[in-house]
Design a protein around this ligand. Sequence first.
Ligand code: FRU
Length: 468
Amino acid sequence: MNALQRDLKRLVPLAEKLGADTVAADCHRQHYHIQPPVGWLNDPNGLCCYDGAYHVFYQYSPFDASGGVKHWGHVRSTDLIHWEPLPVMLYPDQPFDCHGAYSGSALVENGALYLYYTGNVKHPGPYDYITAGRGHNLCLAVSRDGVTLDSKQCLMYNRDYPSGLSCHVRDPKVFTWQGQYYMVLGARTLTDRGEVLVLQSADKLHWNHINTLTTPEPFGYMWECPDLFCLNGRWYLLVSPQGIPCQNVYGCGYFALEGDWRTKDCTLGQFYPLDSGFDFYAPQTFADEPHSRRILLGWMGMPDAPYGNQATVDCGWQHCMTLPRVLTRRADGRLLQQPAPELLALRQKNTVLSPGQAHLLPSARFALQAPVSGSFVLHIAQGAELHYTQPDRRCVLRFTDPVLSGGRTQREVLLDDACRSLDVWGDASSLEVFLNQGEAVFSTRYYPGAGPLAIRLDGAAASVYELE
Ligand code: FRU
């Protein structure tokens, strides 16, 4: 253990202890979403099932709620509802990751956890940090008990990547397929095009670039946080592209793939956004093999967004994850996202509301389910509104109270089919709206504060549940 690691190992728990009371007193603290004990959280990392539990790592800056040098925070759960905080797994404590242990993934093999991540290094000097001055190193950390770290090493430096790339090559997602190891890596070319590198390895340590996936026409300047997986026989590439036209600062969605992704014959289908809310970025998936399903988690945040909520920063923390969502495939190949069924165990007192009936919930923790068959408007706490208009199949999430919304206005989506179902999950400071069994989703933070929450659905009857 080097001196920096030794000190960080003491300082992080100290920062968590010092901040605990102020954080706990914040009425915006979430009840069933993953959030940092103190400080800042962004991307989900290293999602996996290990030793009978779900493990989620996350980009974590324990010393600065507005962002700072990234560690890998760590939580574990057996029910996808209650998340046990564990010690930080990765510290930025080596020459190859000293400016941040950036995003990556986990591979579970023979009882060990192999964590692939990007070591971020910024060299001092007059650099643009895009074409020069930055190291994005491919790193591997190994844990043999899923909680403590055994080793860390750098496997590849920027000079080992294919030519024509900027310094931005990051966020390895590793998986096995037909007896080989594969990795996808997000990249920005020197001509500012986003793409994904596909690498192959026979031993988990030595990696060869075998293919590059991108669109025929430029689509954004950088593709972050790629994920490549097969769902019911069809391959999908998930990416968070920067620089595409979209409602938020950055986009995030998926392509269905045609052809073998290991070869030049592979082509990318249409790009579909995964979420239409204000706060959703850098999602990752993992195979929940015991339950034969694929689960997705995203960061319920947006990098470089002009809005935010100073109140949580003043209380010493910022951001959280989305709910775990089960991914399924519609007959036409589109992906559907639905809250993991485990979450239904949170439901307590149920009230059936007739159309237009106002209801006062004891807190912002609620779930609402409604079959719908025409236009509707959901009003929440007099400041958040969800409008669906049947003729144009348009659904708009609108905030009328800037205090409640942290300065946001509205986001919208057009449904493929008429809306048949509405499923809303509220926590102390978030809303997640699922339409048509997850054909469209809005994820957003909002800040209704402590105390009762008024709710009303015009145009349909609904079941409303208070949550544990
Ligand atoms: C996405 C991202 C990743 C990077 C990480 C750093 O939000 O920019 O590309 O690895 O965050 O925290």
